[in-house]
Design a protein around this ligand. Sequence first.
Ligand SMILES: Cc1ncc(COP(=O)(O)O)c(C=O)c1O
Length: 431
Amino acid sequence: MIELLDSVELEEIRDDFPLLAQRVHGKPLIYFDNAATSQKPRAVIEAMNDYYHRYNANVHRGIHALAERATREYELARAKVARFLNAETPDTIIFTRGTTESINLVAQTWGRANLKPGDEILLTWMEHHSNLVPWYQLAASTGALIRRIPLLPDGTLDLSQPFSERTKLVAVTHASNVLGTINPVRQIADAAHRIGAVVLVDGAQAAPHLAVDVPSLGCDFYALSGHKMLGPTGSGVLYGKRALLAAMPPFLGGGEMIREVRADGFTCNELPYKFEAGTPAIAEAIGLGVAVDYLAQVGLQKIRQHEQELTAYTLARMAEFPEIVVYGPADASARSGLVAFTMGDIHPHDMATFLDADGIAIRAGHHCAQPLHKHLGLTATSRASFYLYNTRSEVDAFIEALRKTKNFFGACPTSRQLGVFGTTPVTGAQP
Ligand SMILES: Cc1ncc(COP(=O)(O)O)c(C=O)c1O
C-alpha cells in the first residue's frame, strides 16, 4: 500500500524545523536546496545542545560519569545508524565527517593496499567530485586506470556491456545529485562480484530519501553525509563489510585507533575504532543518531512517496515552459526528489539570484559534477531539490517565480528535450 504524508503530518513536520518559519527578502522562505544540505529538526539541535549543556566529555577514555554518558550516547548513535542501514553489526559503521571523507578513507586504505598498475577503477559519468577525485588520486599513485560506465540518453546507466575482468573496484552513486537517476545498485554489485570486484556506493543523495538496506543492495562499502539527512554538518558514515574493514590498514594515525604503541611501532585497535583516530565529532554523531530516529519515525517509504509526488508535479508544471530542459529520467519514479534544468539561455546564476529575491533557495552551478555537465554540453544547471517538509504550494510559488524570471529575461525557446543529451564513448584516459 502506498503511504502518503497527509496535510496534518506535513504541518507537524514543518513545525519541527524552526528555520522554515522565517521570511527571506520579505517573502516566506522556500527551501529547495536540500541536495546541498538539509534543514535540522528541533530534536537534533536540542540533542546536541544537551550534550554540551549536560555531559560534554571525551569518549572511550575517561573513567567518570560524564565520560561514560558521552561514550554511551556516542555508541548508541552508532547502533542507531547500523539499524537504519540494516548493517550486520554496529562495528561496521565508521563515523566520518561525511561522504567525502568516507570515500577518501576507502581509496587511501583499501585502494592503496589492493590496486596495482593496469587494474581498473570503474566509475560513471554522473559522479560527484567526491566520488571522482579520490579515485583519480589513487589511480595516479598506483598506476590503476579509470574507466566509466556510459550514460544512456534517458539519463540511466548503460549496463549492457559486461565489466572488464581487470576491474577491481566499481564506485557508483546510488542517486545522482544532478540527474536524480536512482541507479540499480544490486544489479551493479552482482555484476561486479561475478568478476571479483569490490563495490563502493556513494549514498549522499540516497540515504536521506530512500530506505537503504545494505545487505539487500549487496555493496561492500556505503558512504553517506549526516548533514543531508537532517543531521549536523561534520557527521557522516562509512559502512563496510566486516571482513573487508578488518583486513584494511588504518586511515589516519593517532589516539583511539591503536591498541598499543611501542617505541618502534604500534598495533591497531579493533573495529570500528581502527578508523576513528583522535577525538571524534561527538555531538555531531549524537545529532546524527537523533536524525535517523526522526527519519525512521516519519518512515522512509512515506518520505520517498512524498518527494516522488512533488517531483512528478514539478516536472508536469515545468512542461508549461517550452524553454525549460530537464536533465535526467522523465519518470519521477526513476529519480530522486530533485530536478536540474536550464531555461533557454538564462544563466543558472541569474536564475538563482532572481528566485532568491522571491525567498526561494535553489542551487545553480555544476553541483560538483563538472565532468557530467561537460558530458551534457553544459557548464551549469539550476537545481531544485526537495525534502520531507516541502509542499505542493511551494512548487506552485516556484513555478510562478520561474514565469517571472522568464518574462524578465525573455528566455529564448529551445527545442523541448526531456533528459536528452549526447553520449560519448567510454574513455580509458587518465585524468
Ligand atoms: C552525490 C554526492 N556525493 C558526495 C557528496 C559530498 O558530500 P559531503 O560534502 O557531505 O562530503 C555530495 C554532496 O553534495 C553528493 O551530492
